[in-house]
Design a protein around this ligand. Structure first.
Ligand SMILES: [Mn+2]
Length: 189
């Protein structure tokens, strides 16, 4: 699997209110992209608290991670989050999210999860886990709303995941918001 990440704070900010994690627990890889509400240090605290919780509980099911993280960030400003777990043995992708972190895919099977409405930290109700099958070469990107959803990767899609993530960030970030993009290319073996 090829995973690439790129992140940048909003213009004028020194800390990024987004946070991300890529945790390998073979054969599974867990990817977390979080967007703390607003930007600046308070947003960064919410996003980093969320990521720390997930890191400490990385082997739990996605629903437990979301419910636990909801409690862990309750004293912060709150955050949007998307969790994606790839199982390389089963060739599956599980996705769950709350708020406006988005996923785009270039894949054999259509990968189109719907995040729950709301903000993590303010109580979540129903959590839906979306499961997809993965094929060799499938690619997907998780990105925060600091990236324009109309981004395209046509010029760079054969490059490394890192090159793609950087290209998306530099070409399509909104200067007034923190921006994060994580690109995953699934390779079966
Ligand atoms: Mn944002």
């Amino acid at each position: 699997m090829d995973v690439g990440t790129a992140e940048r704070p909003a213009d004028g900010e020194t800390v990024c209110g987004d946070a991300h994690l890529v945790l390998e627990r073979k054969p599974r890889t867990l990817i977390v992209v979080a967007d703390g509400l607003g930007h600046g240090p308070h947003a960064a605290l919410a996003a980093s608290t969320l990521c720390r919780f997930v890191e400490e509980h990385a082997d739990e099911p996605l629903e437990m991670l979301l419910r636990g993280a909801d409690r862990a960030v309750a004293s912060t400003r709150g955050a949007a989050v998307m969790l994606a777990r790839v199982d390389a043995e089963a060739a599956t992708l599980d996705v769950a999210g709350v708020g406006n972190v988005a996923l785009r895919s270039w894949s054999k099977e259509k990968i189109q999860p719907l995040p729950a409405r709301g903000v993590l930290g303010r109580g979540i109700r129903h959590v839906r886990i979306f499961r997809y099958g993965l094929a060799h070469g499938d690619m997907f990107a998780l990105y925060t709303d600091g990236i324009s959803g109309s981004f395209d990767i046509d010029q760079v899609k054969h490059q490394s995941a890192t090159a793609i993530a950087r290209s998306v960030l530099e070409g399509f970030r909104k200067s007034y918001d923190d921006a994060t993009c994580v690109v995953v290319r699934y390779l079966d073996r």
